[in-house]
Design a protein around this ligand. Structure first.
Ligand SMILES: *Cc1c(COP(=O)(O)O)cnc(C)c1O
Length: 493
């Protein structure tokens, strides 16, 4: 399997090459040259999560032997999840929640970020890469934490995380500022997520800096979902979720279509659902759910992407994004891999913050995708209602998905059984959740977590236990203009 750049200029890469590089030299994103078809799909229903992962991932990682792949998968999922099935699918409110948050940092990012560092280390071996890989991460909260955990003390790597100052939840901030890996570097930046990600992309493709790095024995990579090593592992759980809907209480018969609803920010998670569909998972609609930063919803409804708008800090901070990187990959696929068209759209985006897709692309988009958004009051109400009615507790991001799905079903009458990506533990956003279900918040976030536990009996994720007492080691807040200098300084350049 080869990987191509969405902008069509950078050369093709093997999987290992694409994982090491993170972003293509022409600033495009790597995409697989084809979508392998799932073989004997319905017979996979009896397999466990790791076995399904091996089957789904193998064709994408054709350079990796079955043993190498197994070693990576075992390392990523054995003993790391608080539930034996790794990803439970639970029915509530008429939908099926794909609970992706039972890993070490209590958000779905662990699903890929436990596996990707292992793939990266093997990729470095395969490419005889003896430089230190410097992994840059811009994060709206959960990616940073999961990447710090996934890359903790991984030999041959340094990890540098930038998150927007004051715009992540207190638990997320504490998780990052207390990261203890000897290769961990964490900074908050005075700006929003888009500022961090845009500057990160500039750093990753700064030719002068790249030469300096090279000479000093360093090379860059990215752990954001711009790295295809993040997207591919995420396909697995949609295949798994579909099969669980077949086997658990027979929600569907094999071959029946489902809808998949994903609370979206950088568009990586829902893109992986699209990839699962391209591989053969029967999907009728992909429902893209936004919070008040509804740039994606507006795009889905009009074909116009316009990032020139007010930015809101909301109670679902991991979705507070106006420039959704992975949309570039979808555009490439929908435009029948016309890289020139993608380049033109992305140039317009960087010059004017806006673009409009062709009729042809818009038609395909509208056929497959539906979209909607929920504001903070609606999010809180959705959490409160579902908890009151069925005792099922969602985090704020998942609640965006639930509310948008409900609106969609009521609006269209399409009650196709729906899988909703449940992206984080409610405990990561304890204050919002407590408020939504009528519990007085405590003196601090940790006190609130305790109260939430007493009131609901939902187990507190092990990754959050003890967080309060961990020493804060990363205290710096910097300007976005200083990101590059700060990276150079910590590398001694
Ligand atoms: C990252 C994140 C999202 C958004 O996922 P994307 O892949 O960026 O679209 C949604 N919810 C939570 C909890 C997240 O951490």
């Amino acid at each position: 399997m080869k990987y191509k750049s969405t902008r069509g200029i950078a050369p093709e890469m093997s999987a290992s090459g694409a994982i090491i590089k993170g972003i293509a030299a022409d600033r495009g994103l790597y995409v697989p040259e084809e979508f392998p078809k799932l073989e004997a799909f319905n017979h996979m229903a009896a397999l466990d999560y790791k076995s399904i992962a091996a089957k789904v991932l193998a064709p994408y990682l054709s350079e990796f032997s079955a043993e190498e792949l197994k070693e990576c998968i075992d390392g990523a999922y054995d003993g790391k999840y608080s539930v034996p099935e790794i990803v439970p699918v639970r029915k509530a409110g008429g939908a099926y929640f794909l609970e992706l948050y039972h890993g070490p940092t209590a958000a779905f990012k662990d699903m890929a970020l436990q596996l990707m560092p292992r793939l990266l280390v093997k990729s470095m071996e395969k490419n005889h890469e003896d430089k230190t890989v410097v992994i840059l991460v811009s994060t709206s909260g959960d990616t940073g934490t999961a990447a710090l955990k996934g890359f903790e003390n991984v030999p041959g790597t340094q990890i540098v995380v930038f998150f927007p100052d004051g715009a992540v939840s207190p638990v997320q901030e504490r998780q990052m500022r207390t990261a203890s890996g000897s290769n961990a570097h964490v900074f908050s930046i005075l700006g929003n997520f888009d500022d961090a990600q845009t500057t990160q992309k500039q750093i990753l493709s700064d030719d002068v800096l790249l030469k300096e790095m090279e000479a000093a024995g360093f090379t860059f990579s990215a752990a954001n979902s711009m790295n295809v090593g993040r997207l591919i592992p995420q396909i697995v759980y949609y295949v798994w979720g579909y099969l669980k809907m077949v086997t658990d209480d027979g929600a569907i018969f094999p071959g029946d279509p489902i809808n998949i609803c994903v609370p979206s920010g950088n568009f990586g998670n829902i893109l992986s659902a699209y990839y699962a569909m391209r591989m053969g998972v029967p999907v009728k609609k992909l429902i893209c759910a936004s919070n008040k930063n509804k740039v994606l919803t507006d795009f889905m409804n009009t074909g116009i992407y316009d990032a020139n708008r007010e930015f809101f800090v909301t109670n679902s901070p991991s979705m507070d994004i106006l420039i959704s990187s992975n949309l570039e990959r979808l555009l490439y696929h929908l435009a029948d891999e016309d890289a020139a068209e993608v380049r033109s759209l992305m140039d317009q985006l960087s010059e004017t913050g806006r673009y409009q897709v062709s009729e042809k692309v818009f038609e395909k988009l509208s056929k497959l995708f539906a979209a909607g958004y929920a504001d903070e009051d609606e999010i809180n109400a959705a959490i409160g209602d579902l908890y009151a009615e069925e005792g099922y507790l969602m985090d704020t991001h998942t609640a965006v998905g639930y509310k948008v799905w409900k609106d969609y079903a009521e609006r269209t009458g399409d009650y196709t059984p729906t899988l909703i990506a449940s992206t984080a533990s409610p405990y990561k956003f304890a204050a919002s959740i407590a408020g939504s279900i009528g519990i007085e918040p405590g003196a601090d976030e940790f006190d609130t977590i305790e109260r939430l536990f007493i009131a609901t009996g939902y187990p507190v994720p092990s990754g959050l236990a003890g967080l309060k007492d961990r020493p804060v080691v990363h205290k710096e807040a910097i300007k976005r203009e200083d990101m590059k200098e700060r990276v150079k300084k910590l590398l001694g350049l």
